[in-house]
Ligand binder design. Structure first.
Ligand SMILES: NC(=O)c1ccc[n+]([C@@H]2O[C@H](COP(=O)([O-])OP(=O)(O)OC[C@H]3O[C@@H](n4cnc5c(N)ncnc54)[C@H](OP(=O)(O)O)[C@@H]3O)[C@@H](O)[C@H]2O)c1
Length: 113
């Protein structure tokens, strides 16, 4: 399968390794741009891309970045992406340790929204 991954940290990096080992075609993005992913690309064969490209690249797209950074993703990130593309969000809300209070979640919005 073609798989886009937004986030290349603990979770994203592990998924890039595992999915490429299994023969999937992986497109990976982080906040610093494709050139910062050269080592991961060399290790795994994944293709470093921009965040919008990763969102458009896959039959499956994994979003795996800190919850507090979700609002900084482009608002139209999934514009034009076919409705049958599966989006997997690994995010957890950690208001004390990392994310601070996110008002929308505190007032009931689901984390994955
Ligand atoms: N469900 C679970 O079992 C589970 C387990 C562990 C973690 N998690 C959750 O999964 C998420 C990722 O955790 P992690 O430990 O992998 O995080 P991490 O190691 O801190 O890595 C974060 C990654 O996100 C990228 N990133 C941050 N902001 C971005 C943005 N605006 N656009 C594109 N990329 C961005 C970072 O890129 P740069 O380095 O270039 O900034 C980095 O590659 C978190 O929400 C965490 O709580 C879930």
């Amino acid at each position: 399968m073609k798989i886009g991954i937004i986030g290349a940290g603990n979770i994203g990096g592990a998924l890039v390794h595992r999915f490429t080992e299994l023969g999937h075609e992986v497109f990976v993005a982080n906040s610093r741009g494709p050139e910062s992913l050269a080592a991961l690309a060399n290790e795994t064969g994944a293709k470093p891309v921009s965040v919008p490209e990763a969102a458009q690249a896959g039959e499956v797209v994994v979003v795996t970045i800190p919850e507090k950074n979700i609002p900084s993703l482009p608002k139209d990130l999934f514009a034009g992406v076919p409705a049958d593309v599966v989006v997997i969000d690994t995010g957890n809300y950690y208001p004390r340790q990392r994310d601070g209070r996110i008002a929308e979640i505190e007032s009931g919005m689901t984390e994955s929204r």
